[in-house]
Design a protein around this ligand. Structure first.
Ligand code: ZN
Length: 274
């Protein structure tokens, strides 16, 4: 099943996506849907067909938590000459950073180093704390696509990364949530993640190369606090970010960033000076 949050004249609504058809589920957004204990039944119910075209909001517009993971692709870590990490590096974004699948990325005038990070992203579908393996698997509602757009100059101002990671209106999330039963590998999906900038492929990797897979990340994060329905965990980015290029390359006014994961979908966002 594929679910999305689309904009309406009065706000947003959650839809089931069936090819190029959209079925209105009568709930404000996918986050509100996932908060219903019977969300799987609600999402599968007949619903009302919605006339297109539609405009995607962030698939979960206001997640209680946007957790992110640094340094998590085995091949990329080893090629950088680093040891594989013992623990995940966790950081966060706030909901104000999120945008829809085709919205513009706000280039803040305060940054000269706006970079891309294509990421497979877990969406939580049930409250879970100190999850064992089976509980973590069951708590994963599905997967979506995020680009963890990052102001590198702000990220590296201090040892903590947060300030470069959560500029407003920068981070596309969507277009859809896909349930694990539709993906090869299920809750540990083996998918191709790519990013292009102005048509040039800059990142390409297999999501089965993660050091800490989605189930391991749910277990780890839920040790710290309860994960709630609608929370998202971006699982980290593979090699190919602009900051690592020589010379570095960043998004400029008008740059088109396309972020795609096979079997899930595609984000296409134009960078615009805010
Ligand atoms: Zn990232």
């Amino acid at each position: 099943m594929k679910l999305a949050t689309v904009r309406t004249a009065t706000g947003t609504t959650a839809v089931r996506v069936e090819g190029d058809r959209y079925v209105d589920l009568g709930v404000a957004d996918v986050g509100a849907l996932l908060a219903l204990p019977d969300w799987r039944e609600r999402a599968a119910a007949p619903g009302t067909p919605l006339d297109g075209p539609v405009e995607f909001a962030p698939v979960v517009p206001r997640p209680g938590k946007v957790l992110c993971v640094g340094l998590n692709y085995r091949t990329h870590i080893l090629e950088m000459g680093r040891d594989l990490p013992e623990h995940p590096t966790l950081f966060a974004k706030f909901a104000e950073a999120l945008i829809g699948a085709t919205d513009d990325i706000a280039l803040a005038p305060e940054s000269d180093a706006v970079d891309w990070e294509a990421e497979l992203t877990v969406v939580i579908g049930a409250p879970v704390r100190r999850a064992d393996e089976a509980q973590a698997e069951a708590a994963i509602a599905g997967f979506t696509v995020m680009n963890d757009v990052t102001m590198r100059d702000w990220q590296f101002r201090t040892k903590e990364w947060l300030q470069g990671k959560t500029f407003e209106g920068t981070t596309p999330l969507g277009p859809v949530l896909v349930t694990p039963d539709e993906l090869p590998g299920g809750v540990r999906p083996a998918l191709t993640v790519t990013a292009t900038v102005d048509g040039e492929t800059v990142q390409k990797a297999d999501t089965s190369d993660l050091v800490f897979d989605p189930v391991a990340l749910v277990r780890y994060a839920s040790t710290i606090l309860t994960l709630q329905p609608g929370d998202v965990i971006a699982t980290g980015t593979p090699g190919g970010v602009g900051h690592a290029r020589k010379p570095p390359r960043y998004l400029a006014d008008g740059s088109v960033l396309v972020t795609e994961i096979s079997g899930i979908g595609r984000l296409q966002n134009r960078a615009r000076t805010a």
